[in-house]
Design a protein around this ligand. Structure first.
Ligand SMILES: Cc1cc2nc3c(=O)[nH]c(=O)nc-3n(C[C@H](O)[C@H](O)[C@H](O)COP(=O)(O)OP(=O)(O)OC[C@H]3O[C@@H](n4cnc5c(N)ncnc54)[C@H](O)[C@@H]3O)c2cc1C
Length: 159
């Protein structure tokens, strides 16, 4: 197995998952199709601010600095996420095309190759549509999607 855990996407949710997994003692690989973390936020209007208060918008383990104001500006939020990702293992500029079940894990087809992993975490959808194809991943108890756009699926091999 190449990796214990692979996370697809280095947006706020993928980075939060990586933080939690690192805290649990593993060092996941985060695979991101863009050339930087927080790609969706980098692409948003340069005058955009969070419409959720700073106190309710932070990642696990790291508050958004007070100097960013109540409703942080796009660039401040991007900088915050960039800093949050420091020390995480990132593979940028790499799109994940498929995730398929294998014996004991998952096979991921990526730009320029493939990876095997015991566990994979991916979004089940993005605002732009399906994050990956391959629908054989399992939704674990407690990971049901919320009503927001941030729908994630954890995939874990059956035991
Ligand atoms: C205009 C706008 C304003 C918003 N304002 C707020 C706000 O103020 N507060 C709030 O809480 N939420 C807000 N949201 C909701 C927003 O969706 C979240 O803030 C947040 O960006 C969602 O994080 P995410 O990690 O789930 O998704 P994203 O930020 O979309 O990150 C997903 C990442 O996965 C990558 N990816 C996708 N598919 C693949 C693939 N196949 N292979 C590799 N990488 C892949 C993408 O490139 C991206 O970097 C806003 C949304 C919009 C559109």
């Amino acid at each position: 197995m190449d990796e214990h855990v692979v996370i697809v996407g280095a947006g706020p949710a993928g980075l939060a998952a990586a933080w939690a997994i690192r805290r649990a003692g593993r060092d996941p690989l985060v695979v991101e199709q863009a050339d930087a973390v927080a790609a969706s936020w980098r692409g948003r209007h340069d005058h955009l601010r969070l419409n959720t208060h700073r106190a309710f918008s932070h990642q696990p383990g790291a508050r958004i600095p007070r100097r960013c104001g109540s409703y942080p500006a796009r660039d401040d939020y991007v900088a915050y996420l960039q800093e949050y990702s420091a020390g995480m293992r990132l593979r940028l500029g790499t799109r994940v095309h498929r995730i398929d079940r294998t014996d004991g894990g998952w096979a991921l087809a990526l730009d320029g190759g493939s990876l095997t992993a015991a566990h994979a975490v991916r979004r089940s959808a993005t605002s732009a549509g399906s994050a990956t194809r391959g629908q054989r991943s399992a939704r674990l108890p407690g990971s049901a999607p919320t009503a927001s756009r941030s729908r994630w699926t954890t995939a874990s091999p059956a035991r």
